[in-house]
Design a protein around this ligand. Structure first.
Ligand SMILES: O=P(O)(O)OC[C@@H](O)[C@H]1O[C@@H](OP(=O)(O)O)[C@@H](O)[C@@H](O)[C@@H]1O
Ligand SMILES: [Mg+2]
Ligand SMILES: [Zn+2]
Length: 184
């Protein structure tokens, strides 16, 4: 079984300008790409788990999301970071059409992580979930991910967030250092 880093997208890997779907609005958080390179070299699978309710809400189409995702995936591959999985939830209970669903994949539910664990043979007890919202941490809990990390680069950190998190760090750029410290 493999160890993995489950990565939230908006607010963790890129600046959350609010329902980002255009390449021009996609701004990597400082040091995030270098951190992913290092995490990869430490032997972690890198798995993105992102809520994209903008699709259900009609702010952008699934096709537009997939186009941005292709660009994002290639931008990282160009820098030596091959993502092992990208899982997304296009649903919202108040959404439109086929995407109006009270699904099992929207964080705080654990569906995306559970699917990745099964498909990629991940050991959650050796893995990390990193995100900017309580819902990210809760999804990690549902999937029994041992280490839940909250970053300060997205939504404001709340008291509840601090309580649920095993670690609070400035940004994903600090994750390799945190993991190395834990091992010593
Ligand atoms: O952080 P991840 O999961 O990668 O993606 C979050 C986005 O889909 C958007 O999710 C929304 O939450 P609601 O989905 O409307 O509750 C808001 O938090 C937006 O600011 C944010 O851009
Ligand atoms: Mg986020
Ligand atoms: Zn869903």
């Amino acid at each position: 079984m493999k160890k993995a880093i489950f990565l939230d997208r908006d607010g963790t890997l890129n600046v959350d300008h609010g329902y980002v779907y255009k390449i021009d609005d996609f701004q990597f958080i400082d040091g995030s790409i270098e951190a992913l390179q290092e995490l990869k070299s430490m032997g972690y699978l890198l798995v993105v788990v992102t809520n994209q309710s903008g699709i259900a809400r009609g702010y952008f189409t699934e096709e537009q999301f997939l186009q941005l995702t292709e660009w994002f995936d290639w931008s990282l591959a160009d820098r030596g970071v091959d993502l092992d999985g990208i899982y997304y939830c296009p649903h919202h209970p108040d959404g439109k059409g086929e995407f109006r669903q009270d699904c099992d994949c929207r964080k705080p539910k654990g569906g995306m992580l559970l699917q990745a664990i099964k498909e990629l043979n991940i050991d959650p007890s050796k893995s990390f979930m990193i995100g900017d919202k309580i819902e990210d941490l809760q999804a990690g809990m549902k999937a029994n991910v041992a280490n839940k990390v909250l970053v300060k680069t997205g939504k404001p950190v709340t008291e509840q967030g601090k309580k649920l998190a095993d670690y609070v760090i400035e940004s994903v750029a600090d994750l390799p250092k945190l993991i190395k410290q834990l091992k010593n």
